[in-house]
Design a protein around this ligand. Structure first.
Ligand code: ADP
Ligand code: MG
Length: 256
C-alpha cells in the first residue's frame, strides 16, 4: 500500500484546551489509485492531508508512505493547496523552478522538465508571464506543475480548485484526470464538490463532522477515461445522491 493509516488520530492542544479533530482513522490507498475525501468544513480534511505530507504530527496511530513511517516532511510528494500560492515577483517558469531550487535539483535538467510540463498543460507561450497576468485557472495549473516538477509518485491536493469558476474547474478536472492517467500518480484529493470527487476518483471517502472519521467509502465504478458527459448519466446521479445523503441530516457541505 502506498499510503496507509492505522488508528491515526489528531487532537490540537490550544490555549483554550484540547480540540479533538480526528477520530482514529484506518485506510489504505494503493499505488496509482485516485482517492478523494469529502466532508463538512472543519471536519479535519486539511489536518489529515498535512499529516500525510508529514507537515503536522499525528497525536497517535501509524501513518506510512511507501511502507515507511511518516515522521517529518515527506520529500517524495507533491502538494497543491487551495490557493495557487505563486510568488508574484517570479515569472511562471521561475515559480515552477522554485521546487528545483528548494530541493537542489540540477537546474539544466529541471528547466527541461519544467518546459515539458508547461507544454503538456497548455501553458506554452506563458513561461515569461507573471502570475497576475494569468487567469485563476492558469495560475492553478502552474501550482500543479510546480508540484509535479520533481516527479513525485504521490500528489496531495487540498481543495485545489475551490477558487475557480465552474467552467474552469471542469477543465481543470479533465486536465487532472489526464495528468493522473498519463503519469501514473497516486492522488489524494480533498474537495467539497461531490461531482468533482465522483468524476475523478476510484474511491471517495466521506467524512463526518468534527471530530472527523470516515463514515463511508464509495467505489466509483465508472469507466475511464471519463468525459464530462458522464456527469449526466444515471449511475453518476445515483452515486451523487448516495454521497449527498450523508450530509442531509446536518445541512449541506460547506463551500467555504
Ligand atoms: P477542514 O480542512 O476539514 O475544513 P481543518 O483540518 O482545517 O478542517 O480543521 C479541523 C478542525 O481543527 C477545525 O475545527 C479547526 O478549527 C481545528 N484546527 C485546525 N488547525 C488548528 C490548529 N493549528 N490549532 C488548533 N485547532 C486547529
Ligand atoms: Mg481545509
Amino acid at each position: 500500500m502506498l499510503i496507509e493509516a492505522r488508528g491515526v488520530h489528531k487532537t490540537y492542544r490550544t490555549q483554550d484546551g484540547e480540540v479533538e479533530t480526528l477520530k482514529p482513522l484506518d485506510f489504505a490507498i494503493r499505488a496509482g489509485e485516485f482517492v478523494s475525501v469529502v466532508g463538512p468544513s472543519g471536519c479535519g480534511k486539511s489536518t489529515l492531508m498535512k499529516m500525510v505530507a508529514g507537515l503536522l504530527p499525528a497525536s497517535g496511530g501509524e501513518l506510512s508512505l511507501s511502507g515507511r513511517s511518516v515522521r517529518g516532511p515527506q520529500t517524495n510528494v507533491g502538494i497543491v493547496f487551495q490557493n495557487a500560492l505563486l510568488l508574484p515577483w517570479r515569472r511562471v517558469i521561475d515559480n515552477i523552478l522554485l521546487q528545483a531550487e528548494i530541493r537542489g535539483m540540477p537546474m539544466a535538467a529541471a528547466r527541461e522538465r519544467a518546459q515539458q510540463l508547461v507544454d503538456m498543460a497548455g501553458l506554452a507561450g506563458f513561461e515569461k508571464k507573471y502570475p497576475w497576468q494569468l487567469s485563476g485557472g492558469m495560475q492553478q495549473r502552474v501550482a500543479i506543475l510546480r508540484a509535479l516538477l520533481h516527479d513525485p509518485p504521490v500528489l496531495l491536493m487540498d481543495e485545489p480548485f475551490g477558487a475557480l469558476d465552474a467552467m474552469t474547474r471542469e477543465k481543470m478536472n479533465l486536465e487532472l484526470q489526464r495528468i493522473w492517467m498519463a503519469a501514473g500518480k497516486t492522488v489524494l484529493l480533498i474537495t467539497h464538490s461531490i461531482p468533482e470527487a465522483i468524476f475523478l476518483s476510484d474511491r471517495v471517502f466521506v467524512m463526518t463532522e468534527r471530530p472527523g472519521r470516515i463514515d463511508a467509502v464509495y467505489d466509483i465504478d465508472l469507466p475511464r477515461p471519463r468525459s464530462l458527459d458522464v456527469m449526466g448519466s444515471e449511475r453518476f446521479a445515483a452515486l451523487a445522491r448516495s454521497l449527498r445523503s450523508h450530509f442531509f441530516a446536518k445541512g449541506s457541505l460547506d463551500a467555504h
